[in-house]
Design a protein around this ligand. Structure first.
Ligand SMILES: NC(=O)c1ccc[n+]([C@@H]2O[C@H](COP(=O)([O-])OP(=O)(O)OC[C@H]3O[C@@H](n4cnc5c(N)ncnc54)[C@H](O)[C@@H]3O)[C@@H](O)[C@H]2O)c1
Length: 347
């Protein structure tokens, strides 16, 4: 049985707890938050739960094997690095390290402790629809990939930002819609289409002036390795609660997806049948823990994390892979600031 802990017992933490509780080999009993009541609330949902306010004290406990880091972005680098140095397996939300230095800190620690399993949560990679689309692309059936457009819209109100002081600040969140919400779709693009070579971007604060220091809207162009041309729009000032639209234009087919469901397909009849077949998902719908748009992937990813610990193997999403999605975000921000194309750094 692998004893697990959660550092940061706020909004996303119940999704981690529900995931661990559904995994036979995981025993989530360690909970840490600066606000004691938050850790106590989670601890009351398991037998033998233990609470901490100092994560270093929790990491010193020899019974603890693995931790989820679910804190605000500013603390990811320091806490992930400390967990790895303490010999604890670690999975960090997204990763959303605000700066390259944050990412370097955690990756240095991981390189010094190769026996530790280190991962970042990008749960949508575990959605059956995303996996089917990735396999379809890899099969070559679509022909040469030409252009991709990703359009993401959601709504984050002033109250959302005002309720938690770290949100909407450069020091606490490190950015706005891109680093917090749209990062999932940047990761999806990397998952589906591979590495990014360079980006050119612009951003603005269109509806949250006086409330946040960061952007609520971004538009950018990216060139992927291999020449694929990608455009992305993302805003959290929209009427829509949460909506992504993905258009793929390839030499043999054009496809459109809304929230990962195929809504348009144009291809030769024989190809169309094969494409629809490849995208057919017969998986039983899994239970959603938390907000609907979190999806069902957390439990699948946490199960992979626990299996990786047991089998002494790499997790499906390595820490370096997750850090590369954060580096994609950082490159877009650098381009917004400089007005120039920015080449991506790959960890
Ligand atoms: N994967 C997803 O779909 C998803 C969804 C929501 C949030 N997130 C990510 O999860 C992370 C947390 O977001 P949230 O919305 O739960 O934030 P939150 O503010 O609700 O919770 C963060 C908690 O961390 C605690 N904390 C901060 N520093 C700490 C420290 N040093 N030691 C112990 N506790 C500490 C805070 O007191 C707070 O309770 C962020 O990285 C966010 O981007 C991911």
């Amino acid at each position: 049985m692998i004893k697990c802990g959660i550092i940061g017992c706020g909004v996303i933490s119940p999704t981690h707890l529900a995931g661990y509780k559904s995994i036979a080999d995981a025993d989530p009993v360690f909970f840490c938050d600066l606000i004691p009541a938050r850790a106590e609330k989670l601890a009351s949902q398991v037998s033998g739960g233990r609470c901490f306010t100092d994560y270093r004290q929790m990491l010193n406990d020899p019974e603890l094997s693995a931790v989820s880091v679910c804190t605000d972005h500013a603390s990811h680098g320091e806490i992930v690095a400390a967990a790895i140095s303490a010999g604890k397996h670690v999975i960090c939300e997204k990763v959303s390290g605000r700066t390259a230095e944050d990412l370097e800190l955690m990756l240095k620690s991981a390189a010094e402790h190769p026996e530790v399993v280190a991962s970042g949560i990008f749960q949508h990679r575990f959605n059956p629809g995303n996996i089917a689309l990735k396999n379809l692309i890899a099969s070559g059936l679509l022909g040469k990939l030409l252009t991709v457009n990703l359009n993401f819209a959601c709504l984050r109100t002033n109250a959302y930002y005002e309720n938690d002081p770290w949100r909407g600040t450069v020091a606490g969140e490190g950015g706005g819609v891109l680093i917090n919400q749209a990062i999932h779709f940047l990761d999806q693009l990397r998952f589906l289409f591979g590495d990014v070579r360079r980006v050119a971007a612009l951003s603005g604060n269109l509806t949250h002036q006086g409330v946040i220091e960061v952007e609520d809207t971004v538009a950018f162009t990216a060139e992927f390795t291999g020449g694929l041309m990608v455009t992305v729009n993302a805003t959290n000032s929209a009427f829509a609660k949460w909506r992504s639209a993905l258009t793929i234009c390839a030499a043999r087919a054009q496809l459109e997806f809304i929230d990962e469901k195929l809504t348009y397909l144009d291809a030769a009849d024989s190809d169309a049948a094969a494409i629809r077949n490849a995208l057919e998902c017969n998986a039983d719908p899994a239970e959603v823990h938390g907000k609907t748009y979190y999806g069902t992937g957390h439990t699948a990813q946490l199960a992979d994390f626990i299996d990786a610990i047991k089998d002494k193997r790499m997790p499906q999403v390595t820490l370096a892979d997750a850090a590369n999605s954060a580096a994609f975000v950082h490159a877009v921000y650098e381009s917004c600031a400089t007005g120039s194309w920015v080449e991506l750094r790959h960890f």
